[in-house]
Design a protein around this ligand. Structure first.
Ligand code: PMP
Length: 439
């Protein structure tokens, strides 16, 4: 017998490919839930099941569900100034972003992270007059053909190519665009970057990196690595782009660049910057670089760029997060750290090797003995075990983001920690039984 939600999902599947709004090339099927109600850190599906939401819409939902101040700000914008090209709070939003992220000397807005990353690359190419960019294994910067997946086989000229089994592999990719636009090297490896820039710096416009590699397993940079990256970029006239689409306003008010004390030339933001209710992405950077847009040397277009509802969402989100100098962050981090510790303890009791790594707010668990030192160590084996546990948690009322990330939000309470403590026990027992079967 199908439940009400399963029946509903069957109907959706007739028209929605795979029954999902989103898919990668992973060998298991998502089992989507359809929700009817959300409040704070909890969401409720069509069958009446309640979940603790650590999925947080891929990290976007930093305020929790139903934050009244945020929702009232959106409603006010809808009522007053919904659809115009420029509104009377443009300046307030720009100034707010600049005051929190000093490297944001000038700012442009877009909608998706994918799109704003491409704009960052275009600006970097225009500024340097060079074509290629450097990217790193297991990083993710959106689902454009030129920047997703691949593997470099020739260490002397490490251009990415398609390979069988790539979870970011896709049919339909435009021919040659991976090979012709980027170099792909391991992350957290100073020597690899130094060698590449020394040999091919004259071809390279930009180095793009997640400052903490959340997509590669929430691996933190080794001490001094980002500083070295900064110095090498300066030496070879290459722009440094930090993709803070996950880390921005999640690890703290100044993003990962504030946390690690390294200033990029350009930064991309998305997800949490607009509180999760509406899409806004941001390209921010040095005036000297961003002024290429001012001089109309570089095109940046988009029907909805800087739309009032999005700007109202950014303004409300950043005002809430920056109140009392960001007092919400330590509180949020305390709750998510408690959840992380419980997961580690309960996994040990269930006999599952498990670690949690990364800055709280976008840390990830992995079913393995010790933290990954590089995203390249995030193997298919670990990924599979992580997903098994993820699926079991979903069955026990806990939603975790797809790559095993434990995303926090400012509405987390001790009650949520207690929910996790209670419900994770059964999830881990179920996962232990499955893992024993397959290993
Ligand atoms: N960059 C990073 C670091 C991301 O994690 C993502 C999305 N997960 C993107 C870019 C793409 O953003 P979007 O999904 O909004 O296109």
């Amino acid at each position: 017998m199908l439940t009400k939600m399963q029946e509903y999902h069957e109907k959706v599947k007739q028209f929605l490919p795979g029954g999902v709004h989103y898919n990668f090339n992973l060998p298991w099927e998502e089992s989507p839930l359809h929700f009817v109600k959300t409040q704070d850190s909890r969401v409720f599906d069509m069958d009446g099941n309640e979940y603790l939401d650590l999925y947080a819409r891929f990290g976007a939902m930093i305020l929790g569900h139903g934050n009244k101040v945020y929702q009232d700000a959106l409603k006010a914008a809808i009522d007053r100034v919904l659809c115009v090209s420029h509104c009377d709070f443009d300046y307030e939003v720009l100034e707010l972003i600049h005051s929190l992220v000093p490297s944001a000397e000038m700012i442009r807005f877009g909608l998706a992270g994918t799109e704003i990353v491409q704009n960052a690359l275009r600006v970097a190419r225009a500024y340097t007059g060079k074509n290629r960019f450097v990217r790193f294994e297991k990083h993710y910067h959106g689902n454009n053909d030129n920047i997703m997946g691949g593997k470099a086989v020739n260490a002397d000229y490490p251009v990415p190519q398609d390979f069988a089994g790539d979870t970011y592999g896709t049919s339909g990719r435009a021919a040659d665009c991976m090979e012709s636009q980027s170099f792909l090297i391991p992350w957290n490896d100073e020597a690899a970057l130094e060698k590449l820039l020394a040999a091919h710096g004259d071809e390279i416009a930009a180095v793009i990196t997640e400052p903490m590699c959340v997509n590669g397993g929430s691996v933190e940079p080794k001490p001094g690595y980002l500083q070295k990256m900064r110095a090498l970029c300066d030496q070879y006239n290459v722009l440094l782009i930090f993709d803070e689409i996950i880390t921005g306003f999640r690890v703290g008010l100044g993003g990962a660049q504030g946390h690690y004390g390294v200033t990029p030339d350009l930064t991309t933001f998305g997800k949490a910057i607009a509180g999760g209710g509406v899409p806004v992405s941001v390209l921010a950077g040095k005036k000297e670089v961003m002024s290429l847009l001012e001089a109309k040397k570089v095109i940046h277009a988009g029907t909805f760029n800087g739309y009032p509802l999005g700007l109202a969402a950014v303004k409300a989100t950043l005002e809430i997060l920056s109140q009392d100098n960001g007092a919400v962050y330590p509180k949020m981090q305390e709750k998510i750290t408690a959840i992380q510790n419980i997961l580690v303890q309960n996994a040990a009791k269930a006999g599952i090797p498990l670690i949690v790594q990364g800055l709280p707010g976008c840390a990830a668990y992995h079913c393995c003995e010790k933290p990954l030192e590089s995203p390249s160590e995030y193997s298919f084996d670990i990924l599979t075990k992580d997903i098994i546990l993820n699926t079991c948690m979903q069955k026990h009322g806990i939603l975790v983001s797809s790559m095993s990330r434990l995303y926090s939000n400012i509405s987390l309470t001790d009650d949520d920690v207690a929910w996790f403590e209670k419900h994770s026990v059964g999830a881990l027992q179920d996962a232990a039984a499955i893992l024993e079967d397959i290993c």
